[in-house]
Write a protein that binds this ligand. Structure first.
Ligand SMILES: Nc1nc2c(ncn2[C@@H]2O[C@H](COP(=O)(O)OP(=O)(O)OP(=O)(O)O)[C@@H](O)[C@H]2O)c(=O)[nH]1
Ligand SMILES: [Zn+2]
Length: 200
């Protein structure tokens, strides 16, 4: 995926959900990528609003896959923003840690057939273990008037990536949801190889 460094807003609308009514803002990245941000309250006026930067996972977010923890994390983040009455969910279309949906499915196949873990499978296919870039997320937050955040994530590379892109991460808030027998080994690999924090 070509590196995306900035995005411009293309339109916005009401988005009622189970957790309250957000405004959905559409963004187009400089390489044509399409991303959205769900906004509740007036995060631009807050010192450091609650923010989730969520990487697209069609299988987990929309198709109820239990191979990962993405769907329950997405729900938990939206619930927490709804309870707070203020915050931003940046939904980044960086499927499969940036390699895309079809390559992620190939990587799942390598995991199933060759016993590779999530990192090894990407490497077998010639990809970086994590090909994501957070420049576009920083650009979207900036367009929404947000420069400092309380970030819901377990991933230290996401904190570093956002800070390198100019977002001040005041606090990291754990987002523990959706552990199950099918994703246990995947989550252990994330902790061992990417340093994800899974302590409560
Ligand atoms: N290439 C690849 N991508 C995967 C795999 N499993 C999940 N993903 C993708 O990984 C991304 C989510 O990354 P995670 O590492 O689970 O979580 P994170 O966003 O880095 O960290 P959190 O903020 O704590 O959720 C989504 O884009 C998923 O589609 C896999 O086995 N291979
Ligand atoms: Zn997932």
């Amino acid at each position: 995926m070509a590196v995306e460094s900035s995005a411009r807003e293309t339109g916005q609308a009401r988005l009622p959900t189970r957790w309250g009514t957000f405004r959905i803002h559409g963004f187009q990245a400089d390489n044509g990528g399409e991303h959205v941000a769900l906004v509740m309250g007036d995060p631009a006026a807050a010192e450091a609003p609650l923010v989730r930067v969520h990487s697209e996972c069609l299988t987990g977010d929309a198709l109820f896959s239990q191979r990962c923890d993405c769907g329950p994390q997405l729900e938990a983040a939206m619930q927490r923003i709804g309870e707070a009455g203020e915050g931003v969910l940046v939904y980044l279309r960086q499927e499969g840690r940036g390699i895309g949906l079809l390559n992620k499915i190939r990587a799942y196949g390598v995991q199933d057939e060759a016993g590779a873990d999530t990192v090894e499978a990407n490497e077998v296919l010639g990809f970086a273990a994590d090909a994501r870039d957070y420049g576009v997320a920083a650009s979207m937050l900036g367009a929404l008037g947000v420069t400092a955040v309380r970030l819901m994530t377990n991933n230290p590379a996401k904190v570093e990536g956002l800070e390198a892109a100019g977002v001040r991460v005041i606090e990291r808030l754990p987002l523990l949801a959706g552990r199950n027998p099918h994703n246990h080994a995947y989550l252990e690999t994330k902790a061992a190889k990417f340093g994800h924090h899974f302590e409560p």
